[in-house]
Ligand binder design. Structure first.
Ligand SMILES: [Fe+2]
Length: 306
């Protein structure tokens, strides 16, 4: 359930009201990262199809850790694919919320991979993935309070300085709240982005899953996003258990998430959009066709540059 002490920086619905007043606004991201179009997550089961058919995918996102500290087949295939397609790196082990010291050996490998594949940008999640140097291989939530916020901001700043580029950080799917939280997730993300000067990856499916699990309004959540910091969007399917949703990435995107994507598009005028399908992965063309559905929402929404 939502925390009793949630505070908002701005009046509820201010951005939606402004959008209505001015028409659909297109807000550029502050780094002028390009809209790469519609991309897919690069998955091993699709390697052969991609190498044989050179499909008309605009770009690929890789899971960074799958290509670090290896010189095996995946890395050689990535070298070939990165010669033909723009590559974005998305990691799961930066552990921004952990109390462990920052792992500079990990960052060194990450930086080397980014240079090797000429990554357009790279990022990770608002979460922690381990403690005491043990990796739990999952994305664990952080409490939304001042102490945690200061900790995460400090780590983001340090990591950005080391990598010499902005991080693009994804909003999580969450399943619980902390008694120690004193602000909403949206306020936390807003302040994290503004005060660390990082970019955001807005996962629209995660917004839906989190809001369903905590009985929140996803449109209100989207009103609080600083769109000048949104560099990339994720779309995915999830599992609806009736009482709650799980972010499983194993199915088609549901209509409500597509609607929310359309709302985001009105505010951005177009951001690099990535379809995630990571379990029960169907053949390449099914995943590609799902990503191409985004064209409808990108074309039918009129946007105005401001
Ligand atoms: Fe995602």
């Amino acid at each position: 359930m939502p925390c009793a002490n949630q505070r908002r920086r701005l009046p509820k619905g201010w951005r939606r009201l402004l959008t209505k007043a001015l028409g659909n606004m297109s807000i550029r991201n502050k780094w002028d990262f390009p809209d790469l179009g519609l991309g897919l997550g690069l998955r091993t089961v699709h390697y052969n199809h991609i190498l044989e058919h050179n499909p008309a995918v605009d770009w690929f996102e890789i899971l960074s850790e799958n290509y670090m500290e290896t010189e095996g087949r995946p890395r050689k295939i990535l070298d070939q694919i990165s010669e033909k397609y723009p590559i974005v790196m998305h990691g799961v082990s930066m552990s921004l919320g952990s109390t462990d010291p920052i792992d500079f050996n990990y960052l060194k490998s990450l930086k080397a991979l980014a240079e090797r594949v000429n990554a357009v940008w790279l990022g990770d999640h608002l979460c922690w993935t381990g403690v005491a140097r043990k990796n739990g291989h999952d994305l664990y939530p952080v409490p939304y309070n001042e102490e945690s916020l200061r900790h995460v901001i400090e780590r983001i700043r340090t990591i950005q300085d080391y990598l010499e580029r902005p991080l693009v950080i994804e909003n999580p799917s969450t399943y619980l709240t902390f008694k120690s939280s004193t602000m909403s997730e949206e306020e936390y993300i807003f302040r994290m982005a503004e005060e660390s000067d990082c970019g955001l990856l807005l996962d629209v499916n995660n917004v839906y899953v989190t809001c369903r699990n905590h009985d929140l309004d996803p449109d209100s959540y989207l009103d609080s996003i600083p769109y000048d910091r949104v560099v990339q969007i994720h779309l995915a399917g999830h599992t609806d258990k009736g009482t709650h949703c799980i972010d499983t990435h194993n199915d088609h995107v549901i209509d409500e998430v597509w609607r929310l994507y359309g709302e985001v598009h009105k505010r951005t005028g177009g951001r690099s959009t990535l379809l995630e399908w990571d379990a029960d992965i169907p053949e390449f063309n099914v995943v590609h066709e799902e990503a191409l559905k985004a064209k409808r929402y990108r074309n039918e929404v009129e946007v105005v540059d401001v």
